[in-house]
Design a protein around this ligand. Structure first.
Ligand code: SAH
Length: 218
């Protein structure tokens, strides 16, 4: 499995450099940093971009979408785990599947929803190849969540809605957290929402830039 071992630009040294950059940006959770080290990001982008896979930047994955920047994936995963290690997590916006793959070994199960069928199909192949057996996928508009498996201990949204989607808050267990970008322009804020007995609390983490959360499927 040479593709998994990696050579040259995908070598362990290259991945370690990426982890050091993310550590310098303030991510402290060693479980998360270890996942960044171990997740073969070059398998989540087109072969033509594989040499750039361990750069700390978002990259195009087709269909006008991007694989998230590794720092952001690490930061969102850390923010989710800070809330108490979740057992079941809903992810809205599978995209390449990279965020899913970073998260899956840290929790019992990930339910991930994607609205672009072609992206989901490729992501599923990657989960299979990497033997990520605790990931369930669904082709749907994820803004309504996945009621069948609710409530969730955690929710992670990797595309930006203009405001907090209450349908998703309702699928959180009390005490559970949702980490998501919020805003309608090119720049948004990363927010952590915690469901409480009577409603929810909101905490702003930092400025981010995500693709928008869209309705329907394609
Ligand atoms: N975490 C992904 C990020 C992909 S970009 C990665 O690392 O690759 C965000 C993804 O959210 C895109 O694939 C986009 O199609 C998807 N998306 C946008 N709106 C959505 C919705 N309403 N339901 C499900 N997925 C959505």
């Amino acid at each position: 499995m040479t593709a998994l071992q990696g050579i040259g630009m995908t070598s362990r040294r290259t991945r370690e450099r990426l982890v050091e950059q993310i550590r310098a940006q303030g991510v402290r959770d060693e479980r998360v940093l270890q996942r960044i080290l171990e997740t073969p990001r070059h398998l989540f982008v087109d072969e033509a971009l594989a040499s750039r896979a361990y750069e700390n930047t978002a990259l195009p994955i087709g269909h006008n979408q991007t694989i998230s920047q590794p720092y952001i994936v690490a930061r969102m995963t850390e923010a989710l785990l800070e809330c108490g290690t979740p057992e079941n997590v809903l992810e809205v916006g599978t995209g390449s599947g990279y965020q899913t793959a970073v998260l899956a070994p840290l929790v019992r199960r990930v339910y991930t929803v994607e609205r672009i069928e072609a992206l989901l199909k490729t992501a599923r192949q990657r989960f299979h190849r990497l033997n990520l057996l605790n990931v369930r996928t669904k082709y749907a508009d994820g803004s309504m969540g996945w009621p069948h498996y609710a409530p969730f201990d955690g929710i992670i949204v990797t595309a930006a809605p203009p405001g907090i989607p209450l349908a998703l808050v309702e699928q959180l267990r009390p005490g559970g957290c949702m980490v998501l970008p919020i805003g309608s322009g090119r720049e948004q804020v990363l927010v952590r929402v915690r469901r409480t007995a009577s409603g929810h609390d909101k905490e702003i983490l930092e400025r981010v830039s995500f693709v928008p959360l869209l309705g329907g499927t394609s």
